[in-house]
Design a protein around this ligand. Sequence first.
Ligand code: SAM
Length: 291
Amino acid sequence: MSTTKEIINKYNIRMTKSLGQNFLTDENIVRRIVDTAEVNKDDLVVEIGPGIGSMTRELCARAGKVVAVEIDKHLMPALTDNLKDFDNIDIINGDILKVDIRKDILEKYVATGAFKPGCFKVVANLPYYITTPIIMKLLEDEYGINLMVFMVQKEVADRMVAAPGGKDYGSLSVAVQYYSMAEKVFDVPPHCFIPQPDVYSSVVRLRVHEDPPVKVNDRAAFFKTVKAAFGQRRKTLLNALYNSGYFAKDKEQIREILKSKGLDENQRGETLTIEQFADLSNALEKNRHTN
Ligand code: SAM
């Protein structure tokens, strides 16, 4: 088995910075990521951005099936060669944000009964330039993925798992925690990659909720409330909600709703728990319709 560095040299690969190409060279980290995803033979695993397959080999050795989605066609020869010992891999040369996950993955593998519900995982050392859009697509589109393990920039991981009140808590924290139970598992230093990134990385595990932890009557209103609260972080909750223009036209009505929910109009949005956001958005939405 060739190492990442040997494959890079053999195929004379030039890493493309704009595609977030930082390849893992540390076998121990690769094993720890796959351990974190608790991969076993019952699993269908989608890997986003396999690169030259450093982690894909470990996934193929442990999973039932691996579907790897890689955007860069120049990496295909090295990737296929590196995976030639495995017959449980399918490679899609495409952009994960454009791939039709329902048609090209769900209908092909899950709907045919080849994999049981509960055994659908995503594992990725993500390209850092599109981390949030990828994570939000996978969570919001509700493909029935049960577990996701991502390597992301450490500061993004900190935001994903942040609790109310701190500087890292924001709309990403609320969205990720609405859809999943998120944990930061371990940090990875720059020297574990080639080329070395400028930042530390972290591995996060998201156990996707079957049902969200809070009751939200209207998901759009919930996320509007969250966006309004964090969009103007220095403003009070009352002003941030009022300025968003989405809720009651009358500031007094918003004041009354905040009061009825036991919230201080002068507090900052970043102090609200997910439960409080849900409760508040349900009340604001009801008011929007009765206005
Ligand atoms: N998994 C490999 C590893 O751990 O060594 C490579 C990880 S590298 C951080 C990110 C990979 O994602 C690159 O191979 C890059 O070409 C690929 N990529 C970038 N944008 C992508 C996209 N929109 N869809 C699919 N793959 C993408």
